[in-house]
Design a binder for this molecule. Structure first.
Ligand SMILES: [Zn+2]
Length: 268
């Protein structure tokens, strides 16, 4: 059951349906089975040609809070790094679950103040980078110390962003190209500093996910929309909440998209 929730196919209940129907003789021939992702294929749903709306490319990195598409696809991002739930690592490791991590050094290394936006976020065990390397997913930039960047000047912001990219490159092996400002707070200096640090896009979010897998929408109709970017945090019980969330997304007919591939298409 647990594996099915994160394996990138339709839910167990839906997958079982056609086989039961086949057992009766009066039913029309079964339609071809739903395509399942190749185990060696890339992670998550990929955009098809012409599907993705382009972002305006100016002098500074674009600020993106959703992907322009009509396909029922959403994107999962997980921030900070205070809690390192081993169950979650087992859930996603070796499986093709598309998530993007935005790591804060002081959270990962457990030496700064907690992110109050993470609700109940509290540090449980030894922090460190191996957990994030082990997840096998893109690890992007969420600053060194999780400050409100609007309170810092250009130099201070650049130190936070470039510093985090250097740490992530050293610890995980790949230099970030995406940046998420803590609390979603940024200004023009943020974009200039991000550019100077090699960041290609600044990623915000459309809705956040609360403990229990509940989605907190920023729109009153409480609906997922194609291209939504969902924000989670590394919290206690992330594995359970993640399972609930992914099932909910699939029940609503949405798939999990590969954020990096969709961004590449949007910025081509
Ligand atoms: Zn954060």
């Amino acid at each position: 059951m647990a594996a099915g929730c994160s394996a990138g196919v339709t839910s167990t209940e839906e997958a079982a349906g056609p086989e039961q129907v086949q057992g009766t003789s009066t039913v029309a021939p079964p339609v071809s089975p739903a395509p399942s992702p190749s185990p060696t294929g890339p992670v998550g749903v990929l955009p098809i040609a012409g599907e993705v709306g382009k972002v305006d490319k100016g002098q500074l990195p674009p600020v993106i809070s959703s992907i322009s598409t009509t396909r029922k696809v959403v994107f999962l991002t997980i921030d900070d790094g205070w809690e390192q739930d081993p169950g979650f690592a087992r859930q996603v490791r070796g499986k093709r679950v598309p998530i993007t991590v935005f790591a804060t050094r002081d959270a990962v290394e457990a030496k700064g103040p907690i992110d109050r936006s993470a609700e109940n976020g509290r540090f449980l065990g030894a922090g460190g980078w191996p957990y994030f390397k082990e997840l096998g997913v893109p690890v992007e930039n969420h600053t060194l110390s999780h400050p409100n960047l609007r309170t810092l000047g250009y130099d201070g912001q650049k130190a936070e962003i470039c510093g985090a990219s250097t740490v992530i490159k050293r610890q995980v092996g790949v230099r970030p190209t995406l940046f998420r400002p803590p609390f979603g707070n940024y200004n023009t200096d943020t974009l200039r500093a991000a550019k100077a640090c090699g960041i290609k896009a600044v990623l915000l979010w459309t809705a956040s996910v609360q403990p229990g897998g509940k989605i907190a929408y920023q729109t009153p109709d409480k609906k997922l929309r194609p291209g939504d970017i969902l924000l989670l945090h590394f919290r206690p019980n992330l594995s359970r909440d993640f399972r609930v969330l992914v099932n909910k997304i699939r029940r609503r007919g949405f798939e999990l998209g590969n954020l990096e591939a969709y961004l590449a298409a949007a910025m081509r």
